[in-house]
Design a protein around this ligand. Structure first.
Ligand SMILES: [Zn+2]
Length: 112
């Protein structure tokens, strides 16, 4: 039988794979030296604008990858599932929605 910990771990791994895949594709696209840069200025401006959007997306993707890796490490910690502030168990629904959280909902509200 799968424990909540196992299902959390597999959920995070699936998300991590998706993000790594996205990051791989974005960076392959951005660092593709062979791609054609249009001679036409408006088209070139458009291309660079698209790159900026992709870079921003990649930045968010990488930030999320770091968060998930930390969350996966935290799962190995016996303190996982307990609030870092008050020590009370964090509700499973909150953990499922926010696997990277370290505080319970009342502490999150109180110390916002
Ligand atoms: Zn708490």
């Amino acid at each position: 039988m799968q424990t909540p910990l196992d299902s959390m771990r597999s959920k995070l791994r699936v998300e991590l794979d998706t993000l790594l895949d996205r990051h791989g594709r974005i960076s392959a696209h951005l660092h593709n030296a062979d791609r054609e840069v249009p001679a036409d200025w408006p088209e070139r401006a458009q291309l660079f604008e698209n790159d900026t959007v992709l870079e921003a997306l990649d930045g968010r993707t990488r930030a999320r990858i770091v968060q998930i890796r930390l969350a996966l490490e935290r799962l190995n910690d016996p303190a996982w599932g307990f609030c870092a502030r008050c020590g009370e168990p964090i509700r499973p629904a909150r953990l499922a929605a926010l696997p990277t959280t370290t505080v319970c909902v009342s502490c999150a509200e109180r110390f916002q």
